[in-house]
Design a protein around this ligand. Structure first.
Ligand SMILES: Nc1ncnc2c1ncn2[C@@H]1O[C@H](COP(=O)(O)OP(=O)(O)OP(=O)(O)O)[C@@H](O)[C@H]1O
Ligand SMILES: [Mg+2]
Length: 398
């Protein structure tokens, strides 16, 4: 029970300038089991309040030096857990109202009966116990409310993160479905189209052999060139759709990137593109099909170079972490329009008059086959950075 009073642990301080009152009250309260302290003036009284931290002060209103009212206000302001009962002389009843307003819990008229003193005092102590307990409960409730609020915020944050992750996962599923559908279609279509295309090419070559007219030879050659172009596109499509037979070996990815970059040297030199390659971290070995891996970088470099017709910079950075490898491919090209960002990995999406739009979808397929990730880290009119992440685990792609 919170309002049960443990008298031995309850200190009561009596402040009165009348020696007889001090002694009398002290005896009565000690006999009831309370711990009692005495002070014959307000100053000593205040010091004892500070050092003893009493539950209750019995305070005389009429005292020399500092009077009771002032002492009362001081105690209530500085020691809110210390309750005060005032002693007032008969005839001072109107002052009692003022004392109660100033924070006294009760007042007792002098002279008082022992019985009356104890009863009033104990009822104040009970009220005090209840009030202190209430205060504790309110503080506990506030703390709980605060915790609940923090938890709610945490939950909201987690839900937001989860739904973000879900959205991303959904987008990835849609992307793979697109690729799968495309694969199915492509395999069928390529077969159907490449056969007649082959016949067209053969017959046109026959026509060409019997021609004398130079102008017509030129037309026929144009036809053959276009046929080749269609065939090349179909082959690319098939590459995307079908997973080519691949051979896994230990690939040094640093060497692989270096060699891929070297192949572009003639182009980068001609276009005045400064190329840098840095590699940091532990051994850059990965179990993979080297020709597949190379396609990732070839396609990324091709795109980057295409965006810098008047020169620029191509920076490639390989970081070998313990669990994965990060490859940053940064160009100082024109950047990707924001509205195109969601589509660049889609098959056939291209902004180039001669593009097939297959480059990045091939890159995506390969990166995913190795359990990796690719994203546009940054893109604006000053350039674009792609980030490729490939896990180190020796898991064979499926
Ligand atoms: N580094 C880059 N800077 C700016 N835009 C880019 C970059 N890489 C890709 N893009 C944009 O993404 C589109 C799709 O790229 P993707 O490689 O898939 O196809 P493509 O380059 O257009 O055609 P293909 O690679 O088949 O010749 C490009 O047309 C281009 O708009
Ligand atoms: Mg491309």
């Amino acid at each position: 029970m919170p309002n049960k009073i443990n008298r031995a642990h309850t200190t009561i301080l009596v402040i009165d300038d009348e020696e007889s009152i001090l002694n009398l009250v002290s005896i009565i309260l000690s006999n009831r089991g309370y711990t009692v302290a005495k002070a014959s003036n307000a100053l000593t009284g205040l010091k004892l309040v500070d050092s003893l931290n009493p539950s209750l002060v019995l305070l005389d209103y009429m005292m020399p030096q500092i009077d009771g009212l002032e002492t009362l206000k001081k105690i209530r302001a500085e020691y809110p857990d210390t309750y005060v009962i005032m002693f007032t002389g008969k005839g001072n009843e109107e002052i009692a109202v003022e004392l109660m307003k100033a924070g006294a819990s009760d007042y007792i008229l002098k002279p008082f009966s022992n019985q009356n003193l104890v009863e009033r005092l104990e009822s104040v102590l009970k009220i005090r116990a209840v009030e202190l307990r209430n205060r504790e409960l309110i503080a506990e409730r506030e703390e709980l409310l605060y915790e609940i609020k923090a938890w709610n915020q945490e939950l909201e944050k987690r839900i937001e993160e989860e739904s973000e992750a879900l959205k991303r996962a959904h987008a990835e599923v849609v992307q793979s479905q697109k690729l799968a559908t495309l694969g199915y279609l492509a395999a069928g279509m390529a077969h159907e189209i490449r056969n007649p295309l082959n016949s067209i090419s053969l017959f046109v070559q026959l026509i060409k052999e019997g021609l004398d007219d130079n102008e017509k030879v030129e037309y026929v050659e144009k036809i053959l060139k276009e046929v080749d172009r269609v065939d090349a596109t179909l082959r690319k499509l098939l590459d995307t759709a079908k997973r080519p037979r691949f051979e896994l070996s230990e690939v040094n990815i640093e060497t692989l990137i270096r060699e891929a970059l070297e192949e572009f040297l003639p182009q980068t030199i001609a276009k005045k593109i400064a190329v840098t390659f840095t590699s940091e971290g532990s051994t850059p070995m990965l179990k993979a099909d080297p020709s597949e891996l190379e396609q990732i970088f070839t396609n990324l470099f091709l795109n980057a170079i295409h965006e810098m017709p008047d020169g620029g910079e191509l920076n490639v950075r390989l970081t070998n972490n313990r669990e994965d490898m990060e490859i940053l491919v940064r160009d100082s090209g024109r950047g990707i329009l924001e509205e195109n960002l969601p589509n660049i990995f889609d098959p056939f999406f291209t902004t180039k008059s001669m593009g097939t739009g297959m480059g990045l979808s091939v890159v995506l397929r390969i990166v995913k086959n190795y359990g990796g990730k690719i994203e546009v880290l940054h893109s604006d009119h000053n350039g674009t950075t792609f980030l490729v992440r490939l896990p180190r685990a020796d898991t064979i792609p499926h």
